[in-house]
Design a protein around this ligand. Structure first.
Ligand SMILES: C[S@@+](CC[C@H](N)C(=O)[O-])C[C@H]1O[C@@H](n2cnc3c(N)ncnc32)[C@H](O)[C@@H]1O
Length: 322
């Protein structure tokens, strides 16, 4: 999805900027076009159930009108600390916090997260896109630190189970399938999700969710986080919204959202993506209430119950949201 000049003119009217303390109603389901260092102090207390944070990693990277410069790990830690400290006030006591990073940023994130949160886990996902390196291992993974404010938090493991092809279809003494089922398309098992995610596809040109944002996160990845760590109607907050993935997935899954992004074009892109949802609540790789392995679209669309896109989104609605 791209923006044209007409889109920008139309969509930028919806963006908000905060110059005094805001009520929750003023920011509910909105995109705040502002530097987080200006906006965070004006957000209400204790309104957030789930934060998904995908900050600039400790790399030289240009995000349209702004750039992030790689710094020493200690400085990056100070930068992280400067906004994480301001975030705490906005969280409900049972909130969950997910923070993304690559291998270079991950240690600094851990050091800051342990100061403020209870660290529950580190998810590592396989990131297939990227170039090989001549003198190093190709960088193919990223981390997401899963933290909470206390040990009292919401986690719905049943909402994020995986449907995997069975490689060894064991049977019990009676000859019945052990933990797996046979369908027209093969043998499948519904499994508990682990902290290693190998089913994620980074958006590419032919995926409907793809935009020009240089570091867009996949909707499937954010859907796992939102389904596991929030309930319908909860409030999901993303302080580095980028192209809007978190707000889009929150809306598709019947959660409320708030996002902050410094770049106007990215804010407008987020709004355009939110508009485009309509009845199209599909999340690629998630259907029938389970997450599928990579490259299984055919099985999802045809094999298991011959579902079409509309049926899939209707099911999503019926099973998860109402
Ligand atoms: C890693 S990207 C997030 C991508 C996003 N998860 C997505 O799926 O599109 C980080 C974003 O933070 C924004 N950003 C950087 N510094 C910021 C600041 N001080 N305040 C608000 N946004 C900022 C950048 O413009 C960039 O879009």
């Amino acid at each position: 999805m791209n923006l044209n000049d007409e889109d920008t003119l139309r969509l930028k009217k919806r963006l908000i900027k905060l110059d005094k303390p805001a009520s929750f109603k003023e920011i509910e389901n909105r995109t705040i076009h502002q530097d987080i260092f200006e906006a965070l102090d004006y957000l209400p207390d204790s309104f957030v159930d789930l934060v998904f944070v995908d900050p600039p990693y400790n790399l030289n990277k240009t995000f349209n009108t702004t750039s992030f410069k790689e710094m020493k790990s200690e400085q990056y830690e100070e930068w992280l600390d400067s906004w994480v400290a301001k975030l705490i006030r906005t969280l409900k006591p049972q909130a969950s916090i997910y923070i993304c990073g690559d291998w270079k940023s991950s240690g600094a994130i851990f050091n800051v997260a342990k100061k403020y949160f209870q660290i529950q886990n580190r998810i590592t996902f396989e990131r297939e896109k990227g170039r090989g390196a001549k003198n190093n291992w190709k960088n193919c993974s990223e981390d997401i630190w899963f933290c909470t404010l206390s040990d009292d938090y919401h986690f719905d493991v049943d909402a994020v189970k995986m449907k995997r092809k069975v490689i060894a279809p064991y049977k019990d003494q009676n000859g019945d399938a052990k933990d797996w089922e046979e369908s027209a398309d093969g043998k499948y098992r519904i499994t508990f999700p682990s902290n290693v995610w190998t089913d994620i596809t980074i958006p590419f040109w032919s995926m409907p969710e793809n935009t020009d944002h240089p570091t867009q996160k996949p909707e499937k990845l954010v859907a796992k986080v939102i389904l596991a760590s929030s309930k319908p109607n909860d409030i999901v907050f993303d302080p580095f919204l980028g192209s809007g993935t978190t707000s889009v997935v929150a809306k598709k899954l019947g959660r409320r959202y708030v996002g902050i992004e410094i770049d106007e074009q990215y804010c407008c892109l987020a709004e355009k993506r939110l508009d485009a949802i309509g009845n199209e609540k599909n999340i690629q790789g998630y259907s029938d209430g389970v997450f599928w392995e990579r490259n299984t679209l055919n099985e999802q669309m045809n094999g298991n119950g011959k579902k079409n896109k509309v049926e899939l989104s209707e099911n999503l609605y019926a099973n998860r949201l109402l």
